[in-house]
Write a protein that binds this ligand. Structure first.
Ligand code: DC
Length: 413
């Protein structure tokens, strides 16, 4: 088969006490995948910072404590489902992270840009290494924007406080329901109010309000969404010229370097429709902008399955016969309107910087000015593939010749 599918990453986001952890573990168990509890990563880091006497509210982003804490947080993941364990420097993270105080400390540390950047890298590294169920606050929006299936769990603050109380009672502890509810609201405020990666559902997430649902009902709804994503995933087809096939990194490199692409849409009529576009690749997804109305917008609203192609390095050659050196990338995926203002602004900035690198100082102004009149779309790749015929001396990595070498070394085809 040709083409590179996505790692199967299921994201489960939502506020404190929405039942994410229990349901993420249950879904991971059912799917035979590791479960990544990203809150535990923030809690581990926050406790280390606390022990160093570091106060995130008076933070200096260059504080040596932060650097030391990052160095001591080398995370890895072992086991699957209920046996999943988060390790820090090879040792399972301890029970001390599970207190209310550690949760509050984590929420405070989570507002720091350097902490978020550190976590983004650490979490993506884990997601790149294997398929998994990842639960947290920004899994679907920031960390894994191209995730296979995105879930957002919500519930009223009162119900979440009641669930927490039941949990505490089951552990032989007690608490005042009003106090629990007020702490939950306080944490919601911190999680939703921070400027960076605030808690919110991704545009393409399935939002499940669990207020009046039993855990079994929520679990069934999650599994239905995962199965639907599995059933509708595009199927990789065999490529005729295997010798031309390029590896995943080379496809991404081509998308990064490519100037323009062509978006093919299917409106269900007998005439296909394809449009050339400027675009930018960022964190594994593609962004493009366009007017707020028009033919493609109507089609995308009815059918968000698209095919996007980019051609680069084209060079016709004559060496005894006619030929062309070229590279091309093909993305099959889904397209979504970007509703989030911060993401939209970032995409416009990235587009401006890609196409006008010599005027990056004007990018902000451009993003600001075009913001209201422009629509931005995100293409989430589900299947990537690419081919190339390289100049023999070009030595491009990922070229057909080096793909052969990789296959011999057992890399995925
Ligand atoms: O899910 P939890 O209660 O263990 O998370 C503790 C805090 O960590 C949460 O209030 C905010 C922060 N956090 C975050 O900012 N992003 C995540 N992906 C996970 C947790």
């Amino acid at each position: 088969m040709s083409g590179y599918g996505r790692n199967m990453i299921v994201t489960i986001d939502g506020p404190a006490g929405a039942g994410k952890s229990t349901l993420a573990v249950r879904a991971a168990e059912e799917l035979g995948l590791p479960c990544l509890d990203t809150g535990a990563m923030f809690r581990t880091l926050a406790l280390k910072l606390e022990r160093m006497g570091f106060n995130p509210e008076k933070a200096d982003p260059d504080a040596p404590e932060l650097k030391r804490a990052f160095e001591s947080c080398v995370f890895s993941l072992e086991g699957v489902g209920a046996s999943s364990r988060l390790l820090c420097r090879g040792r399972p993270v301890g029970g001390e992270i599970r207190t209310e105080r550690a949760g509050m400390a984590a929420a405070k540390a989570a507002g720091l840009p350097t902490v978020r950047e550190f976590m983004k890298k650490a979490q993506r590294k884990l997601g790149d290494s294997c398929p998994l169920v990842a639960e947290g606050r920004d899994m679907g929006t920031v960390i894994f924007p191209g995730a296979f299936c995105k879930i957002y769990l919500s519930a009223s603050a009162r119900v979440r406080a009641e669930r927490r109380l039941q949990q505490l009672r089951a552990d032989g502890q007690d608490a005042d329901i009003r106090e629990l509810e007020s702490r939950i609201r306080e944490r919601d405020g911190q999680d939703e109010g921070r400027t960076l990666a605030p808690l919110r559902p991704a545009d393409d997430a399935l939002i499940i309000d669990t207020t009046d649902m039993s855990p079994d009902e929520v679990f069934a709804a999650i599994m239905r969404a995962v199965r639907a994503a599995q059933a509708s995933a595009p199927v990789a087809r065999p490529v005729r010229r295997r010798d031309r096939e390029i590896n995943r990194e080379a496809v991404l490199d081509l998308l990064e370097r490519g100037e323009y692409g062509v978006l093919a849409l299917d409106d269900g009529s007998s005439w296909p429709y394809a449009v050339p576009l400027s675009y930018v690749l960022s964190d594994g997804v593609l962004y493009f902008h366009c007017a707020q109305s028009g033919r493609k917008i109507g089609i995308m609203a009815r059918n968000n399955r698209v095919c996007f192609t980019v051609v680069a390095d084209v060079e016709p050659v004559y060496a005894g016969s006619f030929s062309t050196y070229y590279g091309c990338a093909l993305v099959i995926g889904r397209v979504f309107p970007v509703g989030d203002r911060e993401e939209k602004k970032q995409a416009l900035l990235l587009l401006a910087k890609k196409y006008f690198p010599e005027h990056t100082d004007k990018a902000d102004e451009y993003a600001e000015r075009s913001f209201e009149s422009t629509a931005v779309y995100r293409i989430v790749p589900e299947l990537l593939s690419g081919k190339a015929k390289n100049r023999p001396e070009s030595g491009k990595s990922g070229s057909p010749r080096s793909v052969g070498a990789e296959k011999a070394a057992g890399s995925p085809a």
